[in-house]
Design a protein around this ligand. Structure first.
Ligand SMILES: NC(=O)c1ccc[n+]([C@@H]2O[C@H](COP(=O)([O-])OP(=O)(O)OC[C@H]3O[C@@H](n4cnc5c(N)ncnc54)[C@H](OP(=O)(O)O)[C@@H]3O)[C@@H](O)[C@H]2O)c1
Length: 332
């Protein structure tokens, strides 16, 4: 049996052009790890932020000061357990799993990856590997933003800005599953898709600025920022909560720095959710929503492993409709 595998390798920060498809050593699991044969991975905005070290903060937050610390990117995977370390007790060879590798060194853009078993959960029985790979970061970000930071309640009026992207398509469906009345903000071409995943109301941001309509929301999740924090404040009901989960650096910093000040001086609560925390419990929570059919991943495009650079170029344009998935084929 060969101990080589194909992987997309990144030796330097830069554009997707710096990524190379190479044969590298197939990893061996340590005692607490599981070796996963990756069948699908997915890519998100954070992959190109990490690739370009943009913002610069990526380098200071453990990405590697001069060069990427993790040579193989990719945090969302689904695959089959091929081998388990001596102390790994939760999985057996053959189990179908999915997980978020963002807290354990990445490595998803490869045929195989070794990961601590506590970042994995059994793949939802009802989903394909591609669908399962779309979930771990994007859906858990939406879940933690709405439930933990946003304290979502049934019957609330919830607005998702950026409802058509990777995080946004999950946010709309998760908010619905909590019994909220959901408004999705997206562009003209995505209105039908937003309705089809459950949005009760849709607003076309090319035609209407929801922050000026006079409508007020109990909870706003900005999957992508797009507005200054003062606009969001105007659109909140008196005890409303605003959660910024993504967007430009300016928007994220406004939420981080001004949000707590606004929250101290009035009844509205505003802030950034920070970085989502990879969490097995939340992965299992999402597994159950998927198995119940309450959430269905929206997959925009599929690419092969060698096409990861193209996938990231596409994502960088900022107009993905749902998730971008990498299908990993194994020829050997
Ligand atoms: N906090 C965390 O831990 C965490 C985790 C994951 C992601 N993030 C961040 O969250 C952000 C979103 O990630 P993502 O994967 O969802 O991004 P994405 O999939 O690339 O988002 C693209 C979507 O944004 C929509 N969009 C573009 N301009 C818009 C506007 N003015 N108003 C409303 N929607 C607009 C696009 O729709 P149109 O084509 O219709 O314009 C497209 O559907 C990124 O900044 C990412 O870094 C944070």
């Amino acid at each position: 049996m060969t101990n080589k595998m194909k992987a997309i390798v990144c030796y330097n920060y830069g554009s997707p052009d710096v990524l190379k498809l190479e044969e590298v050593e197939k990893p061996t699991p340590s005692d607490d790890e599981v070796l996963v044969k990756v069948h699908a991975a997915s890519a998100g905005a954070w992959d190109w932020h990490g690739l370009r070290a943009d913002p610069f903060l990526v380098r200071l937050m453990g990405g590697g000061l001069l060069k990427p610390k993790n040579k193989i990117l990719g945090s969302e995977i689904a695959g089959r357990v091929e081998a388990v370390g001596r102390n790994a007790k939760q999985f057996q060879p053959g189990d179908e799993v999915f997980g978020d590798l963002s807290g354990c060194g990445l490595g998803g853009f490869a045929e195989y990856v070794c990961v601590p078993e506590n970042v994995l959960a059994l793949k939802p029985a009802s989903t394909t590997f591609e669908e399962a790979a779309a979930v771990p970061v994007a859906a858990v970000t939406a879940l933690q933003g709405l439930r933990d930071k946003g304290q979502i309640q049934p019957g609330q009026k919830v607005l998702i800005n950026g409802a058509s992207g990777g995080v946004g398509t999950f946010a709309v469906q998760i908010a619905k599953s909590f019994g909220a009345e959901v408004t999705g903000v997206c562009s003209t071409r995505n209105l039908d898709m937003a309705r089809s995943i459950g949005a009760d109301h849709v607003i076309d941001y090319t035609q209407e600025d929801f922050t000026k309509s006079g409508q007020r929301y109990d909870l706003i999740l900005a999957a992508n920022g797009y507005h200054p924090i003062s606009d969001y404040k105007r659109a909140l009901s008196p005890k409303g909560i605003y959660v910024c989960s993504g967007g430009s650096m300016a928007q994220v910093f406004q939420a981080m720095l001004l949000g707590p000040l606004i929250s101290m001086t009035g009844s509205k609560k505003m802030g950034s959710m920070g970085v989502a925390k990879p969490n097995k419990k939340d992965l299992v929570f999402m597994k159950e929503l998927l198995e119940a059919g309450e959430v269905v991943p929206v997959i925009d495009r599929r690419y092969t492993l060698s096409e990861v650079p193209e996938a990231l170029r596409y994502l960088e344009e900022g107009h993905a409709q749902g998730k971008v998935v990498i299908t990993v084929e194994h020829n050997s």
